[in-house]
Every structure is written in C-alpha cells, then in structure tokens.
Write a protein that binds this ligand. Structure first.
Ligand code: AOF
Ligand code: ZN
Length: 353
C-alpha cells in the first residue's frame, strides 16, 4: 500500500478533479504489476496495473493475486468501465483498499461488487495517508466547494506590500516553490486590486506543468485591459462580477484540449450584487475546479479568513522590514510544520475544521 500511495502521488497536477489513485498487484510475494491514474479522463490505476502485469508476462499470475489500491475500485461506467469488473474478470483473489470512494456513484458499491464475486476485500489500510493525499477530492465531495489554500508573503514587521505598489518581498527560491504550488492546484485567485497594482501573470515560469485557471474578483468589471497580463489569453481566466455571465459549457477542465488561438475570458456573475464567497466557490466546484490557491491581496485574504472559507495557509515570512504598508492577516489554525528557504521561512497551517 505504501508503494501504491507513492504511485498515486505521481498523478499530482494532472488528474484533478479526480482523485490520485495508485495500484500494485502482488502474486507469490512479488510485485507483478503496478500503475496509477495518470491523466484526467484516462485509464484508472487498476487498468494501468493490470496492463503492466500483462506486458511483463504475468497474465496468468493475475488469477489469485492481491491488488493493493489506494481508493476503492469504481463500480460505475464513467469515462472508463468499472475497475471492480476488471479485477473480477482477471479473477484476482483479494483486494486491499486504503480509502472508500466517497463519490456517490461508487461509495461502497465497488467493494460490495468484489465481495459478491467471492473476492476477499480489506479496507482502511493506511487510510490516513490516503485521506491526506486526496484531501482536495474528499473535502470537495463533503462540502461541494473547492479546497482553498491561502498564500501570502509578509515582512518581518507584518506587512504584505507598500500601499498601491508592487513590492517584492520573498526571495527567488521561494518563487520556485510558489510556482510548484500553482502547478498543484486547479485555480489561482486574486482580487482586482492586486491585478491593478502588481499586474501578475499568475502562471508557471519556474516550474513545468499545466498553468492553473485564473480567477479575478472584479465586482464591477473595472480592471483596465491595456497591458494587463490576465487578459493575455495564455490561460482560461474567469472574472467574478455582478451581472455578467458567460461560462464554459459542461464541466470545465484545465487539462482539456488547448485552443490554438488563446484561451477565452469567462464571466461568472454573483447573485444580487453581493459577492458571497461561499456562493462563488460553490459555482466553481460545479464547474470542475477542485482547488484554489488564493494569492491576495490583503482584502481578499481577509474575506476568506473572515468567512472561514479556507483549508490551509502557507505563510512566507521574509527577513525585510517595511515599516508601513498593507497589513498582513494573522494566520489562523494549527501550524503543522515550517521550512527555511534561504533567508525566508514558510509556515504551514491547517484549518481546525
Ligand atoms: C478507480 N480507480 O484510478 C480512479 C477512480 O470519469 P471517470 O470514469 O474517470 O471516473 C472518475 C471517478 O472514478 C472519480 O470521481 C472517482 O470516484 C473514481 N476514481 N476510481 O477505481 C482510479 N481515479
Ligand atoms: Zn475505476
């Protein structure tokens, strides 16, 4: 299972809003096949592992083998046929699972199907590690909103920036880490003020991967276009506002086919002119956005904190002193760990919920 979890993690940044899933097949105490869910819409982990065993010449050994899967094998016809049926057809002898699949289309039915076919099923092995790995997926199904990570950099005296100016606070090694974080979440969110003062690109430059979707909170759609990177068409970009709505059709996915000539700008309207964050988050979840990295500025971070709409905080403490400026929020929750990156320290907090 430990190996299966390790394999599952290789899907980070390419499978959302699906969970990361790994599978290891063991016969006679040897691993004969392994695989993981690599890309959204593509083969599930079990299919990859069975294929791998067959490609290695172990087709016959599949009968009676034990499959270790980090998530309960699915029982539904989605983009692929049910994995439970595949394991049954290969006549595996036992299936060991870390987490039950909370997807209402599955939720226990996959394991029931295996048991009905006479296969021994054990569940809950390394379940805590599995739950941590797929915390975005699990929390999404539970709360119907994306997993929210608040990120900010602050000076030693607690400021985010000088008022109204782009202020470089963190060091270059931290930038690399932040770009990696951007590769790991579906969307990145900022307020209009940040777009106006920083003109950020909100993309990956120091890390290879798929750019996140950009979300700008811009109630009255007053962001000035000329020279503004969020309008450059390099990434799908949503403007949350009052009144105007033009959304992608169906479930939006950032790994979908890339258009040749620029990504569209989408508009998401928020009910009755009040920008209710919970409402906005719910809409994005239903569009297929499983996680959001909130990068500021001060007002936006404060609203997420005030409304309790956050799951993690990653606070970068820098060595500079500003003496004045936009006050950084106070981090909440439980600090889990910290790391030193050159002369900056990154503190990680999780929400107590
Ligand atoms: C598995 N093995 O490797 C994964 C599973 O749209 P589909 O067909 O890809 O189905 C996605 C759902 O399947 C997803 O929401 C989750 O419930 C389950 N994911 N199941 O047996 C896998 N990735
Ligand atoms: Zn499946």
């Amino acid at each position: 299972m430990q190996r299966a979890l390790q394999l599952a993690g290789l899907g980070r940044g390419t499978v959302s809003p699906n969970p990361m899933v790994g599978c290891v097949i063991v016969a006679n105490n040897r691993i004969i096949g392994e695989g993981w869910h690599r890309n959204y819409g593509k083969a599930h982990a079990e299919v990859e592992a069975v294929r791998n065993a067959m490609a290695r010449g172990y087709s016959e050994e599949l009968a009676g083998a034990t499959a270790y899967v980090t998530l309960e094998p699915c029982s539904h016809y989605g983009k692929t046929p049910p994995c439970a049926d595949l394991l049954i057809s290969k006549r595996v002898g036992a299936v060991v699972v870390a987490n039950e699949d909370p997807n209402p289309l599955v939720s226990g039915r996959g394991m029931a199907r295996l048991r009905d076919a006479g296969i021994e099923v054990v569940s809950g092995v390394r379940a805590e590690e599995g739950a941590l790995l797929n915390r975005r997926f699990f929390s999404g199904i539970e709360r119907a909103r994306p997993y929210v990570i608040l990120k900010w950099a602050q000076t030693r005296d607690g400021y985010l920036a000088l008022p109204g100016e782009r202020t470089k606070i963190s060091n270059p090694s931290v930038d690399v880490i932040v770009h990696k974080w951007r590769a790991e979440e579906d969307a990145i969110l900022v307020g209009r003020q940040t777009v106006q003062t920083d003109n950020p690109r909100l993309n990956l430059r120091h890390w290879a991967g798929v750019n996140p979707v950009r979300i700008v909170l811009d109630t009255n759609l007053t962001t000035a276009r000329p020279g503004c990177f969020v309008f450059d068409g390099s990434q799908p970009t949503f403007f949350v506002n009052r009144g105007r709505e033009s959304l992608p059709e169906g479930v939006f996915n950032r790994y979908a086919e890339r258009p040749e000539t620029g990504f569209p700008v989408f508009y998401l309207s928020c009910a009755d002119g009040t920008r209710s964050l919970a409402d906005v988050l719910g809409k994005f979840y239903h569009l297929g956005v499983a996680s959001i990295l909130v990068e500021g500025g001060g007002g936006v971070l404060a609203s997420f904190l005030e409304e309790g709409l956050w799951d993690e905080i990653r606070m970068i403490q820098c060595d500079k002193i500003l003496g004045r400026g936009v006050k950084a929020p106070l981090p909440e929750g439980t600090m889990t760990h910290y790391e030193q990156v050159q002369d900056n320290t990154i503190f990680y907090f999780i929400s107590p919920k």
